[in-house]
Write a protein that binds this ligand. Sequence first.
Ligand SMILES: [Cu+2]
Length: 225
Amino acid sequence: MTMYNSLLLQDTYNNVGTEVLLFHDYSLMVLMLILVMFLFFMKIVFKSTKFMLKGYYSSELLEFSWTLVPGLLLISLGVPSLFLMYFMEGATKYDLTMKAIGHQWYWSYEINEFGGELAFDSYMNNEIQNSTYRLLDVDQHVELPYMTKVRVLVSSTDVLHAWALPSMGIKVDACPGRLNLLSIYSFRPGSIFGQCSEICGVNHSFMPIHLEFSDWNNFLKGIVT
Ligand SMILES: [Cu+2]
C-alpha cells in the first residue's frame, strides 16, 4: 500500500493493476513527447529573427502529416485502452462471490459460500493508537483467500457510492437498485485499502475499505465459524 508522502502510484496486487500502471506510464510518455515537440518548435519559431514562413502558402505533405500523426497517436492510445477495458471485466468463472453494499456512511459485506453465511458492517475505526493506517482502518475487515478469483457484487442502499481499490486498479459505482459486477484476484497475501470514491454525503471520507488476503484456511475459519 502507499505510505504518506509517496509520490508514485501504489504497488499493485493483481494483473489489472499492473496493466493500468503500464498504460499510465505509456500515455504519460506520449503526452511528454507531444509537449516537448511542441515547445521545441515554438522556440524555433519565436527565437528566429528571420521571416521563416514568408512565401509559404500551402503544403499537401504538411497537411497530410499533421492529420495522420495525431490520428496515429490517438489510435496508439485507444487500442491498449480498449484492451484494458475488456481485461478489467475479468473472468467468466469465479471461485467465490462477495457482496459489497454501500450505506451512508459505511460498507456492509456478505459472503454466502460453503454453507456458511457471513454478513457484517464495516465501519471506520479511529481508536487504534499510533496506527499507520489513519482514516483507513476499519473495525471489521474482509478476509479473502489470495490466488482466487473473487466476484464482487457492488450495490448501495441509499445514494451513489463507489467501491475503489487503487492498488488493484479497480473502481466501480455502487448504485441503489442496481448490481454492478467486479472481479478481483490477488496474486499475493497482504492488506489492501480503499475508500468510497463518490461524493456521497457529509461522512464520505470516513467509509474506508479494508481487504486482507490470506490463505484458504483463514478464510474458511471466518466463513464457517
Ligand atoms: Cu460513499
